[in-house]
Every structure is written in C-alpha cells, then in structure tokens.
Design a protein around this ligand. Sequence first.
Ligand SMILES: NC(=O)c1ccc[n+]([C@@H]2O[C@H](COP(=O)([O-])OP(=O)(O)OC[C@H]3O[C@@H](n4cnc5c(N)ncnc54)[C@H](O)[C@@H]3O)[C@@H](O)[C@H]2O)c1
Length: 250
Amino acid sequence: MAQDFDRKVAMVTGAATGIGAATARLLAERGAKVGLVGLQEDLLAGVAEELNGAADGSAIAVPTDVADPTQVEAAVTRIVDEFGGLHHAVNNAAVPGQEADLHEIDVADWARTIGINLSGAFYGMRYQIPHMLAAGGGSIVNIASVNATKPLTQHGAYTASKHGIVGISQSAQLDYVTRNIRINVVSPGVTDTPMVGSGGDLADVMKSIVPWGRMATPTEVGEAVVWALSDQASYLVGQQIIVDGGFVLR
Ligand SMILES: NC(=O)c1ccc[n+]([C@@H]2O[C@H](COP(=O)([O-])OP(=O)(O)OC[C@H]3O[C@@H](n4cnc5c(N)ncnc54)[C@H](O)[C@@H]3O)[C@@H](O)[C@H]2O)c1
C-alpha cells in the first residue's frame, strides 16, 4: 500500500496546530503511531483525542518546549517507551520571531527564535537519530520555509534559522547516508495556519503575491512531508522540497 506507516512510530513537533497537526493526522491515517510534541497542552490533547477516536492507541500528547534539550530528550524517551521505537520525525515547531530591522531586533528575541527554530531541530535530531540507528534506519523531515530561498525583510532571525535548517539537514544527511536514514527539508510557502493569521484581506493579498493565487492548506504541505518520510521517497536524500504555489519563481 502506498505510504504505509503500519507499525511505524513518528514524532511530530509543533503538532498542536497548523502544518504539524495536519501532518500528524495524515501519518495516523496511514497507520503510524504518533508522538505529538508541542507547547499548548490543551490543543495537543485535543489532537491526540481526535486521532485516538479514529484509531485507538494512535497518538500521545507530549507537552514539550523544543528549545530545552532536556525536555526534548525526555519527549523522545516517552514516545519510544510508549510505542517501542522511533522511525520517523518531523521537526516543525517554530516561531516567526520579532518583526524589525536587524539593528532593532532584541538580542533576547534573536536567541529565542534561533533556540526554538534551529536549536529545537538540532535537539530533535540529536535524540531521535540514536533510536533510528537502533531500528536499522528511519527518515526525518525538517521544516524550513520559502524564506530559506527568498529572504523576508525584517525577519533576520527567522530567515537565518530557516537557512540553518537546510544546512544542518544536509550536513546530517551526509553523516547518516550509509546508515539508512534519509533527512530532507520541506519548505512551505504561505500556508493558512495560526502563524500567518487570518487578516481580513489576506486572501486578496495572496492572490497578488502567490502565482497559484492562494495560500496552501496545512494538509497540502503535510502531504509533501508524509511523502518525503515514506518509503515511496526512498531515493530522496538530503533535498529541499519547496511547496509554495510558485512563490519563489517570482
Ligand atoms: N504558515 C506559513 O505560511 C509558513 C510558511 C513557511 C514556513 N512555515 C513553517 O511551518 C512550520 C509550522 O508552522 P505553522 O504555519 O503550522 O504555524 P503554527 O504556529 O500553527 O505552528 C507552529 C507550532 O510550533 C509550536 N511551537 C512554538 N514554539 C514552540 C516550542 N518552544 N516548543 C514546542 N512547540 C513550539 C507552536 O505552539 C505551534 O503549534 C514552522 O516551522 C514554520 O516556520 C510556515
């Protein structure tokens, strides 16, 4: 069966909302056991309840701050203890960071944005990969952004963090390329999630700046993530998939 995750265990960070929640739903629909990692306990519990309603024992909520390596290690351990291993991971949690010219970015906001977006993905891989090695292989998708290709003004920390995601993913891919672990990046364009918000005329603005004429849905991005994780993408090695409605073409 295409994209069959039966008997596979996945960890998704930032799984309470948006692209993370959509990806977790798709993985559970295709048979995976999913560890839902994120900050908002109530929302995470709601996603877990929904997934367990569809298939009992599909998901657990693991409230975690991905900027804290101790908490990330504990989250990985909890998922492995619950489901017996770890085969797939989506390091997706992020914040947009302060919107300001570079010389006005608070030093603390820089550290927080890099800490969540980039160090969070490092901590994730740091503790996920040993379990994939133990399982004989696995696959990881780290979420960057079109901003890793096209810089966004007044978002220096966010843009730097997303360039960093591409770099760390491709470097790590070479580390594990002989050990059956694939590490790829999905870079969404403008996607209809809480991060973007729903300003009144946003749909009209999107029509003017996105060649495809609209935002992505979280599920459209999640489908690319799930494919990149799956065995169907067995020759996709250290790549960046840009899912952006043609945004970077302009
Ligand atoms: N929405 C877009 O237009 C867009 C565009 C390009 C890239 N992205 C990327 O897609 C990914 C998902 O974002 P989204 O659009 O679904 O937005 P979102 O805000 O719905 O999702 C981000 C999630 O990360 C979680 N998070 C934030 N800080 C955390 C922390 N310290 N520990 C644990 N979880 C934390 C949030 O609670 C949230 O659930 C992000 O990496 C984002 O940078 C989004």
